[in-house]
Each structure stands twice: as C-alpha cells, then as structure tokens.
Design a protein around this ligand. Sequence first.
Ligand code: BTN
Length: 327
Amino acid sequence: MSIDALLQLFERHKDQYVSGGMMSQELGVSRTAVWKQIKKLEGAGYEFEASTKLGYRLVFAPEAIDEAAWSSAIRAKRFGSTLVVREQVKSTQDVARELAENGAQEGALVLAEEQLGGRGRMGRGWVSPQGKGLWMSMVLRPEVPIHCAPQLTLLTAVALCRSLRRETELEIGIKWPNDLLVNGKKISGILLESAAEDERLKYIIAGVGVSVNLSASDYPEELLEKATSLRIEGGRAFSRQALLAAFLLEWETLYDLFLQEGFGPIATLWESLSVTLGRRARLITPQGELHGIPVGLEESGAIRVLQDNGSYASIFSAEMGEPRAST
Ligand code: BTN
C-alpha cells in the first residue's frame, strides 16, 4: 500500500472518522501496515484525531513546498528571485551563508520544510517541525554602514507584521526589538547575522521563522506559555505560500524605501505596530538591568527608555521582560 492510496482514502472520507478495519479492507493490507503508514504521515506533519471506537480522522494535511508553484506566486522582483528549497536542514542560516560566500545575489532565498537545529537569538533554539512553518533565510547586500544592521532587523519585523496582519486578520503586534506577538505569545522570530570586512557589511543573512500551522503538541511543554502559531490563534490553517508571497513583496517595498529615504519612515511604522511602547518593562542588557517605560525608537534603531530614576537610556540589545513592581 502506498502513502498516496491512504491519503486518497482520507480524501474520500473527508472530515470523517475511518476505522482501522475499514482502512485495512479498502486498501487490502493489515491494520498494522495501516497504522505504520499513519505514523509515517504524522512524522511528515499530518495530524489525525484518533478515537478507540471510531478510528482516525485527518485534521491537518501540510501543503508541501512546490518550488515551481511557489516561485511563480512570488510577486517581489528581487526578494525570492532565486529560491533554494530543502527538505531538511540543520539551519537555513548555514545554507544561505554558503550561498552568500559563493556570490549569491541579493534576494536569494533558502526555504526548508524542517530544521533540525533552528537557531534563535541569544543562543536559543527555534522549534521548526516539518511542513508547519516558514523557515527561511535570505541574502541581503545593502550598501550601508555596519551600524545600520539593527535597523534592518526592525524593518524586517515591520514588513512581516504588516503582511501577516493583512493575510490573517489577526491582531499581531511587535515586541521590541523584533518578536511578533498574538495575544501576548510569540508567533515569529527574526535573526540577522552579518559578515563584515573593514567596517563594511559584506552581506547579511536575514533569518525569519513564522510558526504558521503548528499545533500545541508541536511545542515542548515549557514553551506553550510563551509561544503560539497562527493556526492556534486563528482557529484555521493558513497557506504558507500565500503568506510568503505577501511578506516578500512587503519586505522588498520597505527595503527599497529604507535605501531611498533612510530609517525615519520605517521607525514611524514600527512605532505604530509596537506593543512595547508606553508599557513599563524590565530590560536586561549586557551592562545590567534597568526598569522604565520605552517611549520611542531612535534613528539608530535603539529604543529610548524613560527610566524609573527619571533619566533616559538608549538600548540596542536587551532581553525584555515583565517589570518588578515600581517603588
Ligand atoms: C528569535 O526570535 O530568537 C529568532 C528566531 C529565528 C528563527 C529563524 S527560522 C529560519 C532561520 N534559520 C534559523 O536557524 N533561524 C532562523
């Protein structure tokens, strides 16, 4: 029995439970053989509801990345003009870095169905199960000084937030610097890694992870309090292809605006989408911890914080958390 025959069976019995007995009869194989194929499908991102009395019901089927179809859906001109699709990688960052080192042009994009060692900020990992999210890294070659790299992280967050809000109609906001949140939980992360030579940016690898169709069981228990997916929050599955196409177009448009007009217009957009400004927070910086109210973004990309002691601080990099009660 092929996996396709089993999938066709579920297609014929859409939204219905199918018993083990019925499957083994229709497909002419043993129940154990059916069960083994179901486990295989689960490993590939399919989800079933299992009932001892009724059997199995297919509740989620991942849409595989079809390179040709996805390429032709992309409306951006440069971003995604080269598309490299991999089934399983350690991290798309590594694949994109290799492309960049070999001269790939700006906009070359690596997409993976699954990452085994997805990287997050601050040395953390990134949950990247098969077929459930957008796990991607793009080569950027902006002709800007190295200190502008943080601005590009914020720009990427703005583009992602605007496109996902439009496509999903979910209330998505940006937590400084670049986490996208829905109902206070993270649905996406951005990791920019740069290579420089003589104070000049050689290239940037812009890594973006969007938790599109993950279900609660895809997350380790300890992450469930902080992390979610568009599907969990929206109550339905979303097309990864449509989300990618919308994001790349928005990203390229804002990137071109940034190259022409600088960071000012991007900062204004960021501020309008921020869920951080005006709310007292605790910031853990490499230099120590401070408490205060983030009040705005500076031209440099730093966040300006009115501290509890009345002075202002400009912060480039920090972990942001819930504040201790003010005294
Ligand atoms: C974070 O919020 O900590 C950043 C997460 C970035 C995850 C993406 S997924 C695609 C790319 N490949 C990686 O290994 N990381 C980034």
